[in-house]
Design a protein around this ligand. Structure first.
Ligand SMILES: [Zn+2]
Length: 227
């Protein structure tokens, strides 16, 4: 699954002048997009962290995550820059799920103000081939799936108190909950953080929140679409 850098499917704002391709000193153009208006930086796609630290003096504290699968023969790397100092939650070699907290928004490096610089890089044979507009690329990835309103739903009964989270990982913000013995209605599942050997999370039909399937009397994904 894919989310924006705020962990949601609602796109955050881009700063004035922070658009992809905007002019930069020396005739260069902006290789990413600078998103604003939130604090928690979350992984946009699942993948492996290949870098976490100060990338260059200009980039400041940065995280690079390689997607698990190639796209059109290219390795796709999502780079985040200007992260607040001393807030990194991942290190090189970490595996992350989409929506996982990676750090806090900041202005490290040469940022003009706090922003989430997102850069989508396509590599072939270790060579950077191109960067693309994150607004378009992420938007297409999120928009490509079925819309919740069109989906069938299934019900599961909770066997224990269970939190509803903004993303399918225990690191994501708690936005709701179900008490034990309550029937929840779900319309999708995904593979998120593995808890007690089970990485299936259900998506709430009405809330869009993620609930770990192990908290329900049935962990079956039958009738639920996978996203
Ligand atoms: Zn930027």
């Amino acid at each position: 699954m894919t989310v924006w850098g705020n962990g949601l499917v609602q796109r955050p704002l881009v700063s004035n002048g922070g658009q992809f391709g905007a002019p930069r000193p020396g005739g260069r153009t902006h290789a990413g997009a600078d998103f604003i208006g939130y604090n928690e930086l979350r992984a946009i796609e699942p993948g492996r962290v290949t870098f976490a630290g100060v990338l260059t003096p200009a980039a400041g504290v940065s995280v690079a995550i390689d997607l698990p699968n190639k796209i059109d023969g290219h390795t796709v790397t999502i780079v985040r820059m200007h992260i607040k100092e001393n807030t990194l939650k991942v290190g090189a070699g970490s595996q992350v799920v989409a929506g996982q907290l990676i750090g806090m928004m900041g202005a490290s490096g040469n940022a003009q103000g706090a922003c989430d610089h997102v850069e989508i890089r396509f590599f072939r044979n270790g060579q950077l081939i191109r960067t693309v507009d994150p607004v378009t690329w992420i938007g297409n990835r999120i928009g490509g799936g079925p819309q919740p309103a069109m989906l069938g739903s299934q019900q599961r009964v909770s066997k224990a108190f269970v939190n509803g989270r903004a993303a399918p990982t225990r690191q994501a913000a708690i936005r709701g909950s179900l008490a034990a013995g309550v029937t929840g209605t779900f319309n999708a599942f995904t593979h998120g953080e593995s808890v007690e050997g089970n990485n299936v999370w259900f998506r709430g039909h009405f809330t869009g929140l993620w609930f770990w399937s192990g908290a329900f009397t049935s962990t079956s994904t039958q009738g639920l679409i996978r996203i």
